[in-house]
Design a protein around this ligand. Structure first.
Ligand SMILES: Nc1ncnc2c1ncn2[C@@H]1O[C@H](COP(=O)(O)OP(=O)(O)OP(=O)(O)O)[C@@H](O)[C@H]1O
Length: 710
């Protein structure tokens, strides 16, 4: 059992809260108040309060100088580190924290990083502010926009913003759901960095909250195998900020997809050891990542692996009875309990995802490539075996009864992985246990026989040097393959991600990569219907609940979690929809336009319920949930559809909506009638092919008509 000592952020100068977090064998982290450190904390807190008061005074003086924070990205230039300015005062230079600064910051931000191989580590994150307004004044004078300081002052605490002109933006290297990632050069040093442009709406506190959570969590973590946030570039007016990271040449998705690369056993072991170390660090610090997948695992030319993208990560708090969202983790890497709607879960969700990545490294492709949640779960049961009767009897998972197969599936994992070393299959079997508690902990995986048997993990420096390889490169390669005449979409290895603009017009956001051949269908149908996932699903007759999506904002409880962590009263005014468990928010697009997305509290349509019903039941059969879903669909105003859509590249999309609505087609329950599964999947497959063919044809027509695309 590992132990963590953590001091939770407090919003005032009142005693800081300290928790000890115990990681249990089933992977859950328990946070408990610890009296011993509370004492220490109180004294430190008082010191901090004093510090902050004096800083505020000194800041007031230096306010007029704040715009002079020019090349604040430079660590070396002493001119940028002027005596008396905020960077010296806080021992933070250019948004980066020097080693020295860590010690000096003791009074305001503790970080005891003792990565000790699974025995536990300690951390503290404590903020003691005498007054919120003085903090805001301080931060604004340091160059932070007031809206950011007001909404999420704690996450930027102790930092000064980096200046945009300190960097030269080079090419785009990654495209995420809410972000674009660019390679950039630090002007002064010539050092290459990665800039992650995170878009949000600075008038929407929940939008800022989402971004703030990622920053807060990144600041909590400090490990050689975790992407370190080096600083933040912000502007007063813009609705995006840039997170500055060390540049990493590759991501695992790109490497795995590369036809020239086949990892050896010792290389896989080397990657796995690094990955598990990173995840162990997160878990010991009470953080669950909730989006571990190959494209979020970055590798540099020295063979060092770093876990990135903490956009969905959250603090584990097993004491809290508040539900979490089950709509996390990209579909192919999503554990069965989340597919069955779990709202109480812990770090073991990450262990499942790690298992999926592990298998992918051996296979050279993702192991579980479902296109719908139902199909994903079906694939899981076929691979890992379905749980015993007892499991279903005692399961409290919201959708367990719906997903219970009528007959038991035996595990086929050993057969499927017969080429893997035995110790690897043993570890994989643990990680891919349908029952979360059987997955063990990351620490137990690190201590497993797999790492103790030959061939041992190679040293990262002995890993081959690959040409820059990113998921994006793989997509480009695949796209050009796909365009070659005579190559059918389903022959391509990995599907393209859905375009950003469409994702953003989609109320629920993040699409996982799709099964071969699906992408055309997805792209095209979205283009036709303005990106509305509801209609898209109906169009293809495809039983899909696209909840391999990144929720823009999490459940009420998760918001509260962040509030607690940030101690920010201004954030508690966020509206959430208790009914749907989600807040559908407005999300700005890159060009600054707003994609209006229905708010769960306002819309008559609960995407969660109806989509789930649609993907699970035969609505024609008049199942109660199905009927409810149909009613909901009917009350879903078409005007909402048009308001959520963004024009496709051709500018034509609304015409298709009516057609799409007419085309809605529902099919029968899947797992409650297992004899029909195969037939059902076959039918879906043929729908997909049909729509993909049609979409390719339409795409060609659009391209010919529209000079912009030609
Ligand atoms: N530090 C980095 N160095 C190099 N490339 C990076 C870096 N960070 C991210 N990338 C690239 O950008 C891609 C997207 O980044 P990231 O996952 O952080 O964004 P995201 O919006 O959260 O994406 P997603 O929605 O896919 O999870 C990554 O898959 C990777 O290829």
């Amino acid at each position: 059992m590992g132990c963590i000592s953590s001091k939770r952020a407090a919003a005032t100068a009142s005693p800081c809260y300290e928790y000890s977090a115990a990681v249990s064998h089933n992977g859950s982290v328990l946070l408990q108040p610890s009296s011993s450190s509370l004492k220490k904390d109180n004294s430190a807190s008082a010191a901090t309060t004093n510090n902050n008061v004096s800083r505020s005074k000194s800041k007031a003086k230096s306010k007029s100088n704040s715009s002079e924070f020019k090349k604040s990205g430079s660590k070396k230039d002493p001119q940028n580190h002027r005596p008396g300015d905020v960077s010296e005062d806080r021992s933070v230079v250019g948004g980066r924290e020097s080693k020295k600064s860590r010690k000096e910051k003791e009074g305001s931000y503790h970080s005891h990083n003792s990565h000790n191989g699974g025995k536990g580590s300690a951390f503290s994150f404590r903020l003691g502010f005498s007054s919120r307004s003085s903090l805001e004044a301080e931060q604004v004078s340091a160059g932070w926009p007031s809206w950011l300081s007001a909404a999420a002052g704690e996450v930027i605490y102790g930092w000064i913003p980096l200046k945009a002109d300190a960097y030269e933006k080079l090419e785009k290297i990654g495209q995420g759901t809410y972000s674009s990632v660019f390679r950039a050069k630090e002007v002064e040093t010539g050092r290459i960095v990665a800039l992650k442009k995170v878009r949000f709406d600075n008038f929407q506190p929940e939008s800022i909250r989402f971004m703030a959570r990622e920053i807060m969590i990144l600041r909590r973590l400090d490990h050689p195998n975790i992407m370190k946030l080096e600083g933040i570039i912000t502007s007063r007016s813009s609705n995006s900020i840039y997170l500055v990271f060390e540049y990493m040449e590759h991501d695992l998705a790109g490497l795995v997809a590369s036809p020239e690369i086949k990892f050896s056993d010792m290389q896989i072991k080397c990657y796995m050891r690094q990955l598990l170390s990173a995840v162990e660090h997160c878990h010991l610090r009470g953080i669950m990542h909730r989006d571990i997948k190959a494209s979020n695992i970055l590798v540099n030319d020295d063979g060092i692996l770093k876990l990135g993208d903490f956009g969905l990560a959250n603090v584990v708090n097993s004491k809290s009875k508040q539900p979490l969202t089950s709509r996390v983790v990209t579909l192919w890497y999503r554990p069965p309990e989340l597919l069955m709607g779990a709202t109480e879960y812990g770090v073991s969700v990450d262990l499942w995802s790690v298992g999926c990545v592990f298998a992918e490294l051996f296979l050279g492709k993702p192991i579980l490539k479902g296109r719908t949640e139902v199909e994903q779960l079906h694939k899981i049961f076929k691979l890992c075996g379905s749980p015993p009767e007892e499991y279903w009897k005692t399961s409290k998972l919201p959708h367990a009864t719906m997903f219970k197969p009528q007959h038991t599936y035996e595990s086929s994992l050993r057969e499927r992985c017969k080429e893997f070393p035995t110790t690897a299959v043993d570890m994989l079997e643990n990680l891919l246990s349908v029952e979360p508690y059987k997955r063990g902990t990351v620490s137990s995986a690190l201590m497993s026989e797999y790492f103790k048997t030959k061939p041992y993990a190679c040293d990262p420096s002995h890993l081959p040097k690959y040409p820059p390889t990113k998921e994006m490169d793989a997509k480009i390669r695949e796209e050009s393959q796909r365009k070659k005449p005579g190559i059918r979409a389903r022959e391509t290895r990995k599907p393209r991600r859905v375009r950003k603009a469409l994702l953003e017009s989609n109320s629920s956001a993040k699409l996982a990569p799709k099964e071969d051949g699906q992408d055309d269908h997805t792209q095209s149908a979205r283009r036709m219907n303005g990106g509305n996932p509801l209609i898209l699903r109906a169009k293809g007759g495809l039983l899909r609940r696209e909840s391999n999506l990144k929720p823009q904002f999490d459940t009420v409880s998760e918001n509260c979690e962040l509030n607690a962590s940030l101690g920010d009263s201004t954030l508690s005014s966020v509206q959430t929809s208790a009914a749907s468990g989600f807040t559908w928010a407005k999300r700005g697009t890159e060009d600054g336009t707003q994609s209006a997305v229905s708010d769960g509290s306002k819309s008559q349509f609960s995407a969660l319920d109806a989509n789930f019903a649609r993907s699970t039941y035969d609505l024609k059969q008049g199942h109660r949930t199905g009927r409810m879903a149909i009613r909901k669909l009917r009350t879903f105003d078409a005007s909402e559809l048009t308001s959520t859509e963004e024009p496709d590249d051709t500018g034509n999309n609304t015409d298709c909506i009516a057609e799409e609505k007419r085309d809605i087609e529902f099919s029968g329950p899947l797992l409650s009638q297992p004899c029909r599964i195969d037939e059902h999947l076959r039918r879906n497959e043929s729908h997909i092919r049909h729509v993909a063919r049609r979409s390719r044809f339409e795409k060609g027509t659009h391209a010919n008509l529209n000079p912009r695309r030609a």
